[in-house]
Design a protein around this ligand. Structure first.
Ligand code: GLN
Length: 551
């Protein structure tokens, strides 16, 4: 299990949470990857939840799913986007999962009569998880959630301190991200909270090798020097990372800050990171283009980017690479229910994933509208289910619906029904169809053409394979409990929508499309989870391209 060649970077935060610790960690990862290293990342979160599947998306942001089917928080999505790779179940360690494992081991007699304690058992298991997550990597980055000093985070801080004893201090780099507020009334930056945070960290036995000072605006060098002097850290190890417009420019900010010299010393390699594709992305994103596409995101939770993070990021990346300005309009699904006029003037409609009945009629109306008026439509998971419902209603089953929203076999309207083995598990954690699954696309379908084009231009592969009959095998991430009831496929076809991809055993509908529309494509999967800023997902690209074309 031990990976002797791996080096470890631990990122903690001080003063407050939400100042960009995850983005800083991911940016360091992106830079090291651009130097040619195999980098992996892991988030240790002090919540007592076992995973993020049951967390409220409004409070916590979107639930991200790893390829091997673990429901995590959105930070792992950032890691995947910044490193252009795929995190796994080993990339997330929540306190709840550690306690669960320890208690299960204790109950089954695994501790042979020993007292089970935070130290060494909790900390020891965290160290094991870090080692497991870093197998095969050159550099493994671990972000500790929360803020230094939080009660619940202490065992993790102790674990990462201990970890240096296991692998050698020279193989560990500790980075602390602290916030320095600007007090407008006295017109000055205040370093005291940062000093205190670093004092706390020192109290736990960790003197950081890098301190990233987050500020609203670039701060005078003297501020960093002051923090260094009061915290016993070399002045060159304290760098400023002011706010910038886009998170994707943070790697450049980190490079400018002088962190590279410290990273180079740590890994013993002076080579320049190859940031060309990042620079190209940054350039394209900052530019204003002649064409603007107005996309409506018809959703239940509106106005909060975090709740649909991967969807908005996938749209933004596709827009940048395809040289259009994205005008994203949040459309409240509940309001659409009584006023489809809200959809007027949109160049394209996205219905993202979702759970629960609130707003669903509005989403069905949005799909109906797109189908009727040939407005490019991209349906993601629930977005596919509502598209099938809309088509079935048009095809004759007037009260078509999902069992999730009260439809039933007896009423003859369960166009969407619960998957085998999912009954009774509706409010339990980790029980959905989760993670990567293969779909087989029909040879002549639009989706097959889209994926194929992306494969041939090698812009996007992620497991796509061409089959002998010209069809395609694609792999996408899933998170759902309900599926299309194939009994209704004729009615759905009558309504103008056809199946274009199924699971390999033919049991589950994975992709649909409306042949008569320019782009009316939906999938039971979440392709947004596989879109990357440097390699945007082909479905999002094609959707925007069609949205940008005049009818
Ligand atoms: N609620 C639907 C289901 O469970 C859709 C899920 C989703 O959109 N992620 O099948």
């Amino acid at each position: 299990m031990k990976n002797k060649k791996c080096k470890y970077i631990f990122v903690t935060g001080g003063v407050l949470s939400g100042v960009g610790k995850g983005i800083t960690a991911a940016s360091i990862g992106a830079i090291l990857k651009a130097k040619g290293y195999k980098v992996t990342m892991q988030k240790c979160d002090p919540y007592l939840n076992v995973d993020a599947g049951l967390l409220n998306p409004v409070e916590h942001g979107e639930c991200y799913v790893t390829h091997d089917g673990v429901e995590t928080d959105l930070d792992l999505g950032h890691y995947d986007r910044f490193l252009d790779f795929e995190t796994s179940k080993y990339s997330i360690t929540l306190s709840g999962s550690i306690y669960k494992e320890l208690i299960e081991r204790e109950r089954s007699g695994g501790f042979r009569g020993k007292t089970v304690q935070l130290v060494p058992h909790f900390t020891g298991l965290v160290c094991e998880k870090i080692e497991k997550a870093s197998v095969d990597s050159d550099i493994h980055i671990v972000e500790i959630g929360g803020t230094i000093g939080d009660y619940e985070g202490l065992p993790f801080v102790e674990a990462i301190r201990l970890f240096a004893n296991k692998v050698g201090r020279r193989n560990c780099l500790y980075a602390s991200v602290v916030y320095v507020p600007f007090i407008h009334t006295s017109n000055e930056l205040k370093t005291k909270p940062a000093q205190n945070a670093l004092k706390d960290l020192r109290g736990f036995g960790i003197i950081p090798d890098i301190v990233c000072v987050r500020t609203e605006k670039p701060c005078p060098r003297g501020i960093c020097e002051k923090i260094a002097a009061f915290s016993g850290i070399a002045p060159e190890a304290v760098v400023n990372l002011p706010d910038i417009q886009s998170v994707y420019d943070v790697p450049f900010n980190v490079l400018k800050s002088g962190v590279l010299t410290i990273l180079n010393d740590f890994v013993g390699n002076e080579s320049e990171p190859d940031m060309r594709r990042w620079a190209e992305f940054s350039r394209r994103r900052a530019k204003k283009y002649a064409k603007t596409v107005k996309i409506g995101l018809v959703a239940k939770y509106v106005g909060n980017d975090d709740t649909y993070m991967c969807v908005t990021e996938a749209l933004k990346a596709a827009a940048a690479w395809d040289k259009v300005n994205l005008n994203l309009k949040w459309v409240n699904a509940e309001e659409v229910e009584n006023n489809v006029g809200l959809l007027k003037g949109l160049d394209g409609i996205v219905v993202p994933g979702g759970f629960g009945v609130r707003g669903v009629e509005g989403k069905i109306k949005a799909a109906e509208y797109a189908l009727k008026h040939d407005v490019p439509y991209l349906g993601l998971c629930l977005g596919m289910q509502v598209a099938c419902i809309a088509a079935a209603r048009k095809g004759g089953v007037k009260n078509a619906n999902s069992e999730e929203f009260g439809a039933s076999e007896e009423d003859g309207n369960n166009v969407i029904y619960i998957m085998e083995g999912q009954k009774g598990k509706e409010s339990t954690g980790g029980t959905m169809r989760l993670g990567d699954y293969t779909a087989v696309l029909k040879p002549k379908s639009k989706v097959a053409k889209i994926y194929r084009k992306a494969l041939e231009t090698s812009e996007y592969a992620y497991g796509t394979e061409v089959l002998e009959d010209g069809g395609l095998k694609v792999i996408e991430r899933h998170r759902h409990r309900y599926e299309v009831n194939q009994k209704y496929l004729d009615v759905i076809r009558e309504g103008g929508v056809e199946v274009s991809g199924l699971s390999p055993n033919g049991k589950l509908v994975e992709f649909i499309e409306a042949p008569s529309c320019r782009f009316f494509v939906a999938t039971q999967a979440h392709p947004e989870f596989k879109s990357r800023p440097l390699h945007p997902h082909p479905l999002f690209r094609e959707f925007l391209a069609k949205a940008g074309q005049a009818k």
